[in-house]
Write a protein that binds this ligand. Structure first.
Ligand code: ATP
Length: 234
């Protein structure tokens, strides 16, 4: 479903010393797969996530999303693809502080031109999926970290995307809350068959995914299936 071929990405001006963030990444993520990306700080995990999702452009190489060549698309077309087919979850939730929970979750649909009543109906259903039906009118500052992340997850699924990209979704949460978020992400992956790509430092998150991709110095070093990660065959 998502294919990267020899993807390279540098930061910095051509005339100045450049940071090599991705130095030839080849990757294939299958539809419905839940994958984690791990590796030391600065190895290029977030850059890979944002390049695969078309937020950052690659310097060279190919990125395919369901047979669509992201590396050849205009910025406008990639934005439209993101809006309709992708959801994002960030470490710091990125909720709009002046909007209540239901309006935050409805936002991706409103951005696509949906009527408010339609967007609110879908937002309510998404908030039910994350077990927050009792917080529709709450403001973001009234939520715990775990609740805020669940709202962010509802916002990421409200438009039925094919893929969810998550950058350190448990990075700001304690262990118990992280476990609940991982369980929720896994349930959404299973129930809705949404492909999930999760950048994480957290072994707990990685152990819940189908495959752990390891990176070092802008390259993939390893790709390990779940049973081998857990070492239990389960
Ligand atoms: N906007 C940017 N401008 C310049 N350099 C950048 C930019 N974003 C990332 N980099 C550099 O690219 C390299 C890869 O960064 P990236 O954020 O992808 O790593 P990471 O593995 O996600 O790190 P962390 O685990 O600390 O979040 C790093 O050396 C970083 O300093």
């Amino acid at each position: 479903m998502i294919v990267a071929k020899a993807v390279r990405k540098n930061y910095g001006m051509v005339a100045t010393p450049q940071t090599v963030a991705l130095s030839g990444v080849d990757l294939h993520i299958h539809r419905g797969e839940m994958v984690s990306i791990m590796g030391p700080s600065g190895c290029g995990k977030s850059t890979l996530l944002y390049t695969l999702s078309g937020i950052e452009s690659a310097d060279s190489g190919e990125i395919w999303f369901d047979k669509q060549a992201i590396h050849q698309m205009s910025e406008k077309d990639v934005s439209a693809l993101r809006l309709t087919s992708m959801g994002f979850v960030y470490q710091q939730y990125n909720l709009i502080p002046v909007l209540n929970v239901i309006d935050n979750v409805a936002l991706p649909l409103i951005s696509q031109g949906a009527q408010m009543s339609v967007a609110h109906k879908a937002a309510k259903a998404a908030l039910k999926d994350v077990m927050l039906s009792d917080k529709l009118k709450a403001m973001p500052h009234e939520l715990s970290g775990g609740q805020a992340q669940r709202v962010a997850i509802a916002r990421a699924i409200v438009h039925n995307p094919c893929v969810i990209w998550a950058d350190e979704p448990t990075g700001a949460l304690d262990t118990v809350t992280s476990e609940a978020i991982v369980t929720l992400l896994r349930k959404i992956n299973t129930d809705k068959q949404v492909t999930m790509v999760i950048v994480t430092h957290d072994p707990l998150v990685a152990s819940a995914t189908d495959r752990v991709i390891r990176m070092k110095d802008g390259r993939l070093t390893d790709s390990v299936e779940r049973d081998r990660v857990e070492g239990t065959g389960g």
